[in-house]
Design a protein. Structure first.
Lengths: 251, 246
């Protein structure tokens, strides 16, 4: 059984405890947040901070205390690079001592995670975005180390619907995108253990391992490529891409 | 001579990038000055700010001071995250940002990259960011010639959140700036020496787990600094360095 030792006693804020809504109708965009912290965590007197971040930009907002949350006078995201939706980090800080201590935190929260609304890509490993890709149909964006993005060209009429419903588009885009993700992650590191340093990368490796029975202790280049190939094969088989494509083209 | 600030459009960025690649490959390139003013490849932005493209800078810090004095925040806020804008600025000073008589560095030094690993390497954006945020406290990071990015900045800016930690940036300036206030202390960039910048970055990573570093002042952080940094706390520049004004 896997054993985790938490030396810091810092608690984890779950996505189910914080609901963030991005308002893109204002200029600059702003956001609102509401909280449902687990009472067992006993965080009451500590301050709540939310940091919106993208690339090297970061903007922080104070939302009062866990016991008595307040709304900041402004939540305008005027210091954050908004070329893509920002991610949010939530910090619970005990400021009763000389130095503020982080007693709980959660990162990589996306706006629109209100469970009362339908958000199919809420915890998606590979969020979709529609943007102008000029001559390309799709591309994978590695711009943020916290979350990659599958981008589709919004200049192509109906592409969104085609990718959602047409197996030919899915078969041509998704396995190729996945292969790029795994190649990117597995060639950043010298050992599988090292990928665990980044939660996002680690989730991808777990996803890959859930598809194939093989794990690899030997991290040689050859083994990595074979493993990625197995994962793509298993993913394609799971979705029956070849069969669906035959059906799709015959329709 | 002065040029009103502009931005490169997508086509202009592509042409600039291709021209840099040509130069790196030893192929004939283009007239970069013409590109910076070409209406097909650049766009005017509604600003009266003008820059002197022929002005020579002895260090990146001097360049940063000039940019920070010219590019006031209200005017450039809409372009803060516009790669066409920052890339145009690199194009304007391209001749100085590459080593004279040598091939240029990799394109991401001039073309602002979308890749998070390369963004801190942009010659203009990072220089402007450091000087406009930290003023003379950033001089030790930008003390080399225009075409040199420098090892120290490379190590420090690899951690993208550091730039937003005011206390950390001020403390690192206090630790590593030499006595003349113009460069960094000897040993700062060592990969093995105790208290060198790489150890400082590791220490920041470590304390960020428990402490709210974002809000901490330089004095508060200094209290937590381990003794291995004592040498840099007190170390003055060498006698020879002081004599030569380094």
């Amino acid at each position: 059984m896997k054993k985790t030792i938490n030396y810091t006693s810092r608690q984890k804020i779950l996505k189910s405890e914080v609901f963030i809504t991005l308002n893109e109708t204002t200029t600059p965009s702003s956001f609102s947040a509401s909280f449902e912290f687990d009472k067992k965590k006993k965080l009451d007197g500590a301050k709540i901070y939310i940091e919106a971040h993208h690339r090297e930009t970061r903007q922080r907002f104070c939302f009062g205390t866990v016991g008595l949350p307040t709304v900041p006078s402004s939540t305008s995201l005027d210091e954050v690079d908004m070329s893509a939706p920002p991610l949010f980090r939530v910090l619970i800080v005990d400021e009763s001592g000389v130095h503020g201590k982080i007693i709980a935190s959660g990162d990589q929260f996306r706006a629109g995670n209100d469970p009362s609304k339908d958000h199919s890509s809420r915890d998606s490993l590979l969020p979709l975005r529609y943007c102008d890709l000029r001559s390309r149909v799709w591309r994978l964006s590695f711009e943020s180390e916290d979350s990659f993005e599958l981008q589709l060209n919004n200049q192509i009429p109906g592409l969104k619907q085609l990718v959602d419903a047409n197996p030919v588009y899915q078969a041509l885009i998704l396995p190729a995108a996945l292969q790029q993700v795994f190649l990117y992650i597995l060639f950043q590191y010298d050992s599988l253990e090292e990928t665990k340093e980044r939660d996002y990368f680690s989730k991808w490796v777990q996803f890959g391992q859930s598809l194939v029975s093989t794990s690899f202790d030997d991290f040689s280049e050859h083994k990595r490529i074979l493993w990625i190939d197995d994962v793509i094969e298993a993913f394609s088989a799971q979705h029956d891409f070849a069969k669906k494509m035959i059906g799709g083209t015959n329709e | 001579m002065s040029s009103n600030i502009r931005r490169l459009n997508d086509k202009g960025i592509d042409v600039f990038e291709a021209a840099i690649k040509d130069e790196r490959a030893g192929r004939p390139s283009i007239d970069f000055v013409q590109l910076s003013n070409h209406d097909d490849y650049t766009e005017s932005i509604s600003s009266t700010i003008s820059l002197d493209p022929l002005r020579a800078f002895s260090t990146r810090y001097e360049f940063g001071v000039y940019l920070a004095s010219k590019l006031d925040l209200p005017t450039i806020t809409p372009f803060m995250h516009d790669r066409g804008f920052w890339t145009w600025l690199a194009l304007l000073y391209y001749a100085q940002l590459k080593q004279p008589g040598k091939k240029p560095s990799k394109p991401y030094n001039y073309i602002q990259s979308n890749d998070y690993r390369h963004r801190p390497r942009h010659a203009v954006f990072m220089t402007w960011s450091l000087v406009s945020n930290y003023g003379d406290k950033s001089s030790y990071l930008l003390s080399k010639s225009m075409h040199v990015r420098g090892e120290l900045i490379e190590q420090l800016m690899a951690q993208k959140q550091l730039l937003t930690f005011k206390g950390i940036m001020e403390l690192s300036s206090e630790l590593y700036t030499d006595e003349a206030g113009e460069s960094f202390k000897k040993g700062s960039t060592s990969r093995t020496k105790k208290g060198a910048i790489i150890r400082f970055i590791n220490w920041v990573d470590q304390i960020s787990i428990n402490y709210d570093v974002y809000q901490m002042t330089k004095a508060e952080l200094s209290e937590l600094l381990p003794s291995e940094f004592d040498e840099f706390r007190s170390k003055k520049g060498s006698f020879l360095g002081r004599l030569m004004g380094r």
